[in-house]
Design a protein around this ligand. Structure first.
Ligand code: PA5
Length: 449
């Protein structure tokens, strides 16, 4: 993975850029940030230990996934937010957007409760040949439980035993799903109490479905582990994740850049954008009090895919307010490519003949980057050789580490999500859950009941 920070510098983008010296002078700040991360690595920042911890589980996960593959044709993963986004990321990036069409064993994701979508999927699948991985750390997320209830009903109607068709991935001790797993004798995978949804892709949460679809989870973890070792051994001022967090911070605090666009030049990597969207927004978007004043802070993530978004939002990125940092992510090579033959003889299109799809796409990436730079728009490029387990393992670890570092620089807690939790409680109350009736009073006050 190569990161190019040159297009944030004043020498390339003019007055809206920063000087290299401004980064270098923060060496002490980054040392403090690294020490703070290390002091919490076996506690709140335990996700940074997942590569080592999960390498011991690879054999069992792979054996179980092969067993499920022998018995079933489809795997459906059900979860919300961090309990499914990492699974989708690994699927769409490593195996590809349409990989189900190429494979005999298919994988599907239920990440919402739109009845039209879910009915279409479930009606199309043969339940006898389908296995379900239900993922919820809390074991109480309404959307996930609603989907589960529907399935139990369908299973009853078909006379199938849920025990043979379900895997629950949840808290090792607490929560409704844990209780239900005991009642129905369903196999479970645990989610470490210190691993929150958006930091869980390298745990059982992301690894089982990846193993089912032949992702080499060992390579994925080994690459993430290598990135961890780099973090441990490098000076923080030489660590790309630490420096990237500092750049985001400097543009945010000193230049009013409060929007970060993750612009990936690959269809599969659009899910890296969605993954990062949650990681950054839930980790950094926080309210806190300083000197008696309530402060609302955060960087808004935007997901873009090239060249697709060159024909929509790019106009705004080029000429709109100077409030955006663009983060390009692009592979140097595509694993499949198409050469365009001279199928028509016309001056207007002859320039495309004999060229490869990837050539046009990557030239568009370079052209967009150069045009933004010329317009004084700060941008960072993350380039990977090609999309695979090695590059994804490194990228995922890099992004998680970078967001934790940003939280530390901003002096906020990057691992909680209090407002997501309160929304969940209000939903329970509105749906008539007596355990949450105390929240009805607040809703009444707000005039919503
Ligand atoms: O990152 C997070 O913590 C959240 O996005 C959760 O993953 C999401 O709300 C789902 O929660 P749970 O796993 O408890 O169902």
């Amino acid at each position: 993975m190569k990161i190019d920070y040159s297009n944030i510098l004043s020498e390339n983008i003019g007055i809206r850029g920063i000087q290299k010296a401004e980064i270098l002078k923060e060496e002490d700040l980054l040392k403090t940030v690294k020490n703070r991360i290390l002091s919490r690595i076996n506690d709140d920042y335990y996700p940074l230990n997942l590569p080592d911890a999960m390498l011991n589980e690879v054999r069992e996960i792979k054996d179980y996934a092969s067993n499920i593959k022998e018995r079933f044709d489809n795997l459906v993963v059900i979860g919300m937010g961090g309990s499914i986004l990492g699974n989708e990321l690994l699927h769409y990036s490593i195996n590809g957007v349409y990989s189900n069409l190429e494979k005999s064993k298919k994988i599907y994701f239920i990440d919402n409760i739109d009845p039209e979508t879910n009915i279409t999927l479930l009606r199309s699948l043969d339940l006898k040949k389908t296995f379900f991985n239900i993922i919820t750390k809390s074991g109480s997320t309404s959307e996930t439980l609603l989907n589960l209830l529907l399935l139990i009903d369908l299973f009853k109607k078909e006379g199938l035993n849920p025990k043979d068709h379900f895997l629950f991935t949840t808290d090792p001790e607490k929560g409704f799903l844990r209780k239900l797993s005991e009642e129905l004798a369903i196999k479970t995978y645990p989610i470490h109490p210190k691993v929150g949804g958006r930091y869980s892709v390298l745990s059982h949460v992301g690894l089982f479905s990846a193993a089912f679809e032949d992702v080499n989870i060992e390579k994925l973890l080994l690459s993430a582990k290598k990135r961890k070792e780099k973090f441990l051994s490098k000076k923080p001022i030489e660590d790309s994740a630490m420096v990237f967090a500092l750049i985001q911070y400097k543009f945010f605090r000193e230049k009013g850049v409060n929007i970060n666009v993750l612009f990936s030049y690959s269809d599969g990597l659009e899910y890296l954008g969605k993954f990062y969207e949650q990681l950054l927004a839930e980790s950094i978007g926080k309210k806190f009090t300083r000197d008696g004043q309530e402060i609302h802070s955060g960087i808004t993530p935007v997901v873009a895919r090239g060249p697709y978004h060159q024909h929509s939002t790019l106009q705004l990125f080029m000429e709109g307010p100077y409030d955006k940092l663009i983060i390009f992510v692009a592979p140097n090579k595509f694993r499949k490519d198409i050469e365009i033959k001279k199928s028509l003889e016309h001056d207007e299109i002859n320039f495309l003949s004999g060229k490869y799809y990837s050539e046009l796409l990557l030239n568009e990436y370079i052209a967009t980057k150069m045009a933004l730079t010329q317009n004084g728009r700060p941008n960072v490029s993350i380039e990977i050789e090609k999309i695979n387990e090695e590059t994804l393992g490194e990228l995922i670890y890099f992004l998680e580490l970078e967001v934790l570092a940003l939280g530390e620089i901003l002096n906020i807690n990057p691992i909680d999500q209090p407002s997501v939790e309160i929304g969940k409680k209000f939903t329970h109350a509105l749906m008539g859950d007596k355990n949450y009736s105390e929240y009805l009073k607040t809703l009444e006050k707000l005039g919503n009941v």
